[in-house]
Ligand binder design. Structure first.
Ligand code: ACO
Length: 429
């Protein structure tokens, strides 16, 4: 913490308080306002936490103005170009890139936790066939606490790490099982011969009747998307995980809450909504109409996959995904009119005064759906794909929080309801 202080004076009462400035290793200095209520008698008001840091963290750094994203100091562009999802998972969880031995051990741990209790499949089969997979995921992941509670001592760091690894390992198995239930296909069990992403694709698409060979283009593309989605500091779902975790709840409950938060269309649910939007636009000639709708204050329509709370510049993940989308379509030897539609939408929006002045750029969700679609992942599974990757971020942030004494998350409010009044019996109302 730096020695810098800011003095806040209440001109009405004449009272002042010196507030310490907390400086991290990078990023804006932050004013610690903890002393304000006890000295000046005011709480602070910040709906949506647009100006409030909720924790200190050493995991992910974002500079939204410059379009920078780094995991544990490593630029996302380098990790996307040179690393793998499991290596990135290790980095996010433990803070350093693994040595060969460390990586082998980690990979083996993850591989050997991919199976789920058979009763979990019975649980999944209880859902109606058309249940949204995110609804199933939230329920099923939350239920893991019922299966593993006896082996979880939250005060033991090893148990906590084991729970984190277990969740990373089981997420693709659960996701694929939810999809297969929806399709009416028998459960596919994990195959320890395959890599993390190959295994996921195998569990999604293999059928008992014939051999399924995973397309390396698909496995590589998904691995890349998982790297890009793995963490994003204190976004809505991660903050949810931390808030739930601050109560001492078990990690499965925390991640289940994170999945629910991610599902919203303003957050991870946007990748599904982008494809639905592009489908609705349907033709290049209609792009202008939708741009006008997005700008119309009386129309609730927003350009899905555009805008971000932190990035006021091109989301660095979006540029990587845009390039990858072209490569995947080329490698698969296919084209998709949606890609042309998305590029035209982006071109017009980036020249339009409304989007330029509000610094609205394509975000991570804008192009990811085009890749998923090309790989045969159904639209309803897009946000599940995001959840599989973000589980790494959620559990890393949860582990970090568990290592630091953290008070229960408990915001205040500005009460604007009725003041005290007398109860009136029902017959007299
Ligand atoms: N289309 C049209 N206008 C937009 C859009 C958009 N996609 N996004 C923001 N705006 C406008 C708002 O109407 C607002 O205008 P105003 O100042 O005239 O009222 C201004 O830009 C600022 O928008 P806010 O909603 O205040 O910005 P905030 O930081 O709260 O929201 C958010 C960010 C939720 C991502 C928003 O941009 C949005 O809804 N985008 C579409 C959904 C989406 O793509 N979400 C995924 C985000 S990435 C992720 O979570 C993984």
């Amino acid at each position: 913490m730096s020695e810098q202080r800011v003095t806040l004076t209440d001109e009405g009462s004449g009272k002042s308080v010196e507030l310490p400035v907390i400086s991290g290793t990078e990023g804006e200095p932050t004013l610690s306002i903890k002393a304000v209520p006890s000295t000046l008698g005011y709480f602070t008001y910040d709906p949506g936490f647009t100006a409030t840091a909720s924790c200190t963290s050493t995991i992910t750094f974002i500079d939204g103005e410059k379009g920078i994203l780094r995991y544990r100091g490593y630029p996302i562009e380098q990790l996307a170009g040179k690393s793998t999802f499991l290596e990135v998972a290790y980095l996010l969880l433990f803070g350093e890139l693994p040595t060969t031995d460390e990586f082998d051990g980690f990979q083996s741990d993850i591989t050997h936790h991919t199976m789920v209790h058979e009763k979990l499949n019975t649980f999944i089969s209880g859902f109606h066939y058309d249940a949204h997979p995110m609804a199933m995921m939230a329920g099923v992941v939350g239920s893991l606490a019922a299966f593993y509670h006896d082996k979880m001592d939250m005060s033991d760091p090893e148990h906590r790490v084991q729970a984190a690894k277990r969740m990373i390992a089981k997420m693709p198995t659960i996701a694929a099982a939810c999809y297969r239930h929806h399709m009416g296909r028998p459960v596919a069990y994990p195959n320890n011969e395959l890599t993390y992403t190959e295994n996921f694709l195998d569990m999604m698409f293999s059928v008992p009747a014939e051999k399924y060979i995973v397309d390396p283009v698909a496995a590589k593309a998904i691995d890349l998307l998982y790297i890009l989605h793995a963490d994003h500091e204190q976004n809505a779902s991660t903050s949810t995980v931390r808030l739930v975790g601050s109560t001492g709840a078990n990690p499965y409950a925390c991640v289940s809450a994170g999945i629910s938060a991610l599902w919203g269309p303003a957050h991870g649910g946007a990748n599904e909504k982008v494809l639905i939007m592009l489908d609705e636009i349907g033709d290049l000639s209609r792009v202008g109409k939708y741009i006008d709708k997005a700008k119309d204050k009386d129309d609730p329509f927003r350009l899905m996959g555009f805008g971000h709370r932190v990035y006021k510049n091109y989301d660095p993940r979006a540029s990587i995904i845009r390039k990858a989308a072209h490569e995947v379509l080329e490698n698969l030897g296919t084209s998709d009119p949606m890609m042309d539609l998305a590029m035209e939408l982006e071109r017009i929006a980036l020249e339009d005064e409304y989007f330029v002045s509000k610094k609205l750029y394509p975000n991570v969700d804008f192009y990811s759906g085009i890749i998923y679609k090309a790989l045969g992942i159904p639209v309803s599974m897009f946000t599940v794909m995001f959840a599989i990757a973000r589980t790494v971020g959620w559990v890393s942030q949860w582990l970090e929080q568990e290592q630091t004494p953290t008070p229960i998350g408990r915001p205040r409010q500005v009460y604007a309801g009725p003041t005290e009044r007398e109860y009136v019996p029902i017959e007299s109302r």
